[in-house]
Design a protein around this ligand. Structure first.
Ligand SMILES: Nc1ncnc2c1ncn2[C@@H]1O[C@H](COP(=O)(O)OP(=O)(O)OP(=O)(O)O)[C@@H](O)[C@H]1O
Ligand SMILES: [Mg+2]
Length: 249
């Protein structure tokens, strides 16, 4: 069977070939980043307890690096949310439970969330020296945790099989750190498409874990600034707004 193209972004294409999903990176994509994605995915796979596609192979063809994973047959949670809006509360509940399962794990060889965010903030020159300094100082004062954080936990990175089992994809941004920071990032990613979904997510997480909303919100400016470093033009306006809502005392 010929490989079928299933997803395209600016830097990569994903193909479905039988039981495999093959992520092919553009020729200019840094080799170290491809190997890093494969390494992080393998580390998460090895801790067990989370359904993830296994890394099967890392390869190179005509100057293009690729990572081959198990193909997970199903629909993304994003597709399901779009197709069945009446089931949104149920999907949100499942997504928060899945997130809690991820964050109950530890993966000690991953980078620290705080180190990653600190570097990302340092790289966004348009924030200015003073803001970057203030943000990094605030980041330093936030509690240090070592929970497994996905870093891009959103419905397009979750595949739901026909029997309802959920698989989590796209671990390249995973770190170990504070769960509320990872929830703040999911909140922001939802805000970029739908404020109602963002609020549902935040409320459910806080209710289930007994976390004060204010505490998750205190991560928002920092996480928004870090997300700006991904330089996605469509996200810039909202993220700049969030990054500016910072209460430095
Ligand atoms: N192992 C897999 N099995 C089934 N479908 C997959 C698999 N990997 C990727 N896909 C499909 O391809 C889409 C994009 O893949 P993925 O999320 O890994 O990359 P990405 O979103 O382009 O990466 P990034 O968020 O780093 O830019 C997914 O939303 C999913 O629909
Ligand atoms: Mg993705």
């Amino acid at each position: 069977m010929a490989a079928e193209l299933i997803a395209t972004t600016a830097t990569k294409k994903v193909f479905h070939d039988g039981e495999k999903a093959i992520k092919v990176f553009n020729a200019e994509f840094p080799k170290a980043e491809v190997l890093n994605e494969a390494l992080i995915s393998a580390r998460v796979e090895e801790i067990g307890g989370i359904n993830v596609p296994r890394v099967l192979e890392v390869g190179v063809f005509e100057n293009q690096w690729s990572i081959t994973f198990d193909f997970i047959e199903g629909k993304t949670l994003q597709q399901l949310m779009d197709e069945n809006p009446e089931k949104l509360p149920e999907y949100m509940e499942q997504m928060v439970n899945l997130h809690l399962n991820v964050m109950s794990k530890h993966c000690p060889h991953l980078n620290k969330l705080k180190d990653k965010i600190s570097k990302q903030i340092q790289d966004i020159e348009e924030l200015g020296d003073v803001t970057r300094y203030d943000m990094r100082t605030q980041l330093d004062s936030m509690p240090k945790h070592t929970k497994l954080c996905h870093g891009d936990f959103n419905p397009s990175n979750i595949i739901v099989k026909e029997d309802g089992t959920m698989f989590v994809l796209d671990w390249v941004h995973a770190t170990q750190g504070n769960a509320s920071a990872d929830v703040a990032r999911t909140y922001l990613l939802f805000c970029l498409q739908d404020q109602n979904k963002a609020d549902m997510y935040m409320n459910l997480f806080c209710k289930k874990t007994g976390t004060a909303k204010k505490y998750v919100q205190s991560w928002l400016p920092i996480v928004a600034a870090a997300q700006l470093s991904k330089k996605r033009p469509e996200e810039a306006e909202l993220l700049n707004k969030w990054a500016g809502v910072c209460d430095y005392q």
